[in-house]
Write a protein that binds this ligand. Sequence first.
Ligand code: MG
Length: 380
Amino acid sequence: MNPEASLAPHAAHSALSRGRLFEEAPPNARSEFQRDRDRIIHCTAFRRLEYKTQVFVNHEGDLFRTRLTHSIEVAQIARSIARNLQLNEDLVEAISLAHDLGHTPFGHAGQDALNDCMEAHGGFEHNLQSLRVVDKLEQRYGAFDGLNLMFETREGILKHCSLTNAKKLGDIGQRFIQRLQPSLEAQVANLADEIAYNNHDVDDGLRSGLLTLEQMNQIDFYATHSREVELLFPGLSGRRAINETVRRMINALITDLIQTSQQRILDARLQSVDDVRNAPPLIAFSDGMARQAALLKRFLRENLYRHYLVNRMTAKARRIVAELYACFSAEPTLLPPDYQAAPANSQQQARAIADYIAGMTDRYAIREHRRLFLVDEGHL
Ligand code: MG
């Protein structure tokens, strides 16, 4: 049975794909996009997501999201949306599971620090790094570097890209130059990411005590669903009340996204994936819901991401990444042999250092920093 037979004509179909960089025999008992998803799950960078974080650092608590659980939540949300819109679930799952593979340790603090360090050498963008991981850095197959994923999976992974970098990327960078849209599956994965992190940051923020219920109830979106929970379960409090509220928020966002996108897809009279590329973005929230989501995002930025305790961790993270980079640049012989570029070329050497640092988990970066900077016994 063809697992893609029930997809909409404007969904991504394996048979119409732009294919892989290196030609391979078709898979036996699965679709091409299932094969991509499976390759991503088995790669090293995917396992590292378990010890990388976005807001909280891994050792701060066992119950906070990591990039691994975040990616799984994104895949769950994206698949629900894709199924309702008759889009390719396997492709949205592959994109979702791979979307954060290129992140440095310590979330955005790490990425900003590494970008500063790499200023003279082309900078550092985590989206571009995710693509670099699946195209080059994973070394698992005899015939090629990377995972040799389908064009549409790679395109979905490269969510943003500067024009300068797009020009160096060949066909995968074209859409940024021509201002075209990616597949609907890529658009779904992108918004599923946003739904996942806004809601789990509320949940983790409350769990950590950095956000209070009093603050949350000043946000209309939270207050509306929290009141509904109170009506249904009078007196319910603590984690159960928060969970009932957050699940309603996620559900409202997903439902709105499906309905709005369904209508936009109908209105656009799509015949094919090429029509999708030439249309405006079709996967979208209604205006009202987009406003609610933006308010929630702004609230999180002001109250959680810039909380003084988060700022302290962010400052430490930036320092660790900057010091690791400076140390390896000054003395490349301290790098593990795989990362010592030969023949020595300062551009390549800088990129190899960035690859090494970007691949580190939070705890590995902390340990490596200790090994390089502390001279007491036991830190070799
Ligand atoms: Mg993400």
